[in-house]
Design a protein around this ligand. Sequence first.
Ligand SMILES: CC(=O)N[C@H]1[C@@H](OP(=O)(O)O)O[C@H](CO)[C@@H](O)[C@@H]1O
Ligand SMILES: [Mg+2]
Length: 562
Amino acid sequence: MKEEQSSLLLKSSSLFPPPQGVKLSYGTAGFRADASILKSTVYRVGILAALRSLKTQSVVGLMITASHNKVTDNGIKIVDPSGGMLSQEWEPFADQLANAQTPEALLSLITEFVKKENIPLDGVQSAKILLGRDTRPSGQSLLEAAKQGISSIFGAIALDLGILTTPQLHWMVRARNKGLKATEPAYFEQISSSFRCLIDLIPNETKCNKTDNTVVVDGADGVGGDKLEVLKNMLTGLVMEVRNFGKGGGLLNDGVGADFVQKEKVVPRGFGSDDVGIRCASLDGDADRLVYFLVPTSGNSKIDLVDGDKILSLFALFIKEQQSILTKEGNEKSNSNFQARLGIVQTAYANGASTDYLKQLGLEVISTPTGVKHLHEKAAQFDIGIYFEANGHGTILFSESYLSWLEARKNELGLVSEGSEQQKAALRLLSISNLINQAVGDALSCLLLVEAILQHKGWSIHKWNELYQDLPSRQLKVKVVDRTAVVTANAETLVVSPPGIQEAIDAETAKYPKGRCFIRPSGTEDVIRVYAEASTQEAADSLANSVAKVVDQFLGFGSSGQ
Ligand SMILES: CC(=O)N[C@H]1[C@@H](OP(=O)(O)O)O[C@H](CO)[C@@H](O)[C@@H]1O
Ligand SMILES: [Mg+2]
């Protein structure tokens, strides 16, 4: 490394001392903590992003957000050139950088890594980093720290794109590296026009029945609500009312948003008795999650949750239907025999009833650890890979080879049977691939796809919700001395350390018919999460509570683990 580069790094890093007594970890989706201690981390991730861009010779992204966490938290994550999450191979280096105690230690880590990875840090190659942030008040000052980190690497340029949803930034990084238009208007144009195509392709029979085309959306008082206000005016065939849109004075994620709705199963702020029976949806704080819900009865805050698993099921059902129309037998041979592999990816948090339903549809279902980085990787191995976390984060990935086949097939059908059902099915699948974010789960594009499918099928939210009945479940959080003491295996369904705890969990679970329960350390909050499922709500609650007690005995503040 050149002398000037080393001294620049030493000088700038001395302005960003790391917080004392805190161990930072890249976690499920980047670094997250109370915003007041994050400046040095964000500065260092700025350096890391510049190195990633140099290494890949492509544009990368930096998103400043803490998603569903409380407003005083913030976080930072890197978007890889593909538009996906940072390659997991670089995560250990991210952890080391964030935790280096002195400017000298930081410099030596960087020097070593640059050498090992063969990164062209000569000032000749340039690096470009797109920066986005959510609406958190701490975003602006953290943005400055990120810029300082980026400008500490010769040749690196930061491009501030302002306030964006996380999926918008992922989309822009991907588009940019594919040489496509990567602006916010281009994003809105793409999703609204592909939504229009799907609406135009609705069969006349259902069009006549005129299904309810109104949806009320809780924007979590964050960036998503704000962006929906723009998007809704570009849509035809859908009436959208946005509440908690971020500029009405409500506090981000405070009794609102997809995480709250999914975990608490009660109405978010601003919703209530007047909404009985209406189709409602909720975004999270950075608009990468979406859940639907309905208020079943007045005078009670309980909701019927239509979660990520059900969105996944609706998507899977529709795609499977379109695929079978497209490959219907008795048609001309040509190149119509592409055996597209359709695969479903879930985590252990997926409701057991959803997995059963998807398997009954004859679909291949696989399970990965929590965090979309894991699900995305698996889904990308299929021609059409649909992945969702129960909390509403997911998307549909189409392989390049399948898309080229589909495009060719659509053109061919246009010549031989213009306007046929088969050609429409091909057009629908192509429109879905343009609507749904190919980089990462995106609440805005998923919302439009759900709406298009419901209109296509002429379904109400009730009808959709009846695809299968969720097994009662309960999620709890337990504060412990050191959550890293819990080590899991088998896609997080088994605890291998501390010894004895899995046996205790098994003993509790065995007491409940259809009981299923697992624990894992959260990668975004300082807690152990407990998930339980059983045949009744009381049983699920009781199982979750007993296992929470087990966790507390083994790892809580009164345990010998302290
Ligand atoms: C149970 C749960 O909802 N976990 C969430 C949450 O991760 P944890 O590691 O569980 O804190 O935040 C992640 C990032 O948004 C999301 O991917 C994940 O599904
Ligand atoms: Mg989020």
